[in-house]
Design a protein around this ligand. Sequence first.
Ligand code: FMN
Length: 188
Amino acid sequence: MSNEVLENIKSRRSVRTYTEQQVPAGDLNLILEAAAYAPSGMNFQTWHFTAIQDAAVLTELNEKIKGAFAKSDDPHLQERGHSETYCCYYHAPTLVIVSNEPTRWWAPMDCACALQNIFLAAKSLGIGSCWINQLGQTCDDPDVRAFLTRLGIPENHRVYGCAALGYAPADAPVKEKKLVAGTVTVIR
Ligand SMILES: Cc1cc2nc3c(=O)[nH]c(=O)nc-3n(C[C@H](O)[C@H](O)[C@H](O)COP(=O)(O)O)c2cc1C
C-alpha cells in the first residue's frame, strides 16, 4: 500500500549538483508556503524564510562563510575557508535561509520541520534540494552577521539551516537509500 505522499517522501534524495536553471517564482512561492504550514511549538511561527535567487548575493554569502571558516581552529574548516572552489550550496540557483529566535527552545525543531516541508514540496514539483548547514555554524561570525542583516534576517535570529533548491542534471544518478536497521520499536 502506498500513495503519492509516501512515494514523494521515499523518493526524495539530497541533490548536490545543480544546473543553472532557476526555480520559477510560482514554484518558489509554493515551496515557501509549504514551509510556513509546518508545525511549530505553540504555533508561534517565529521563524523567518529568506529566499535568495541572486547569484552574486549567493557568491558573496559563500565568501563570508569561507571567511568565517578561515578563522577557525579546525584545520578541515580552515582548508575550506582558503579553498578557491569550495561552495557550500553546490552552486544551486536558489537558497532558502531558515532562521528563528534562539530564546525559544523549540526553534531548531520548528526550523527542521519547515525545512522538511521545503524538501518535500520541492520534490513534488520536480525540484531538487539539499540541507545546507554551514550558515548555521557561522551565522554569529561578525562579518557573516553583518551580511545577514543586510539581507533582512532579523538580528535576534540564528540560522538553523538552509535549503539549496534547483534542478539536478538529467543524467545525475539517484542514490539508493539504505536504511539503518533497528531504528524502530513498536509496542502494542
Ligand atoms: C541536520 C542536517 C544537516 C545537513 N547538512 C548538510 C550539509 O551541510 N551539506 C550536505 O551536503 N548535506 C547535508 N545534509 C544532508 C544529509 O547528508 C543527507 O540527508 C543524508 O546523507 C541522507 O541522504 P538523503 O537526503 O539523500 O536521503 C544534512 C542533513 C541534515 C538532516
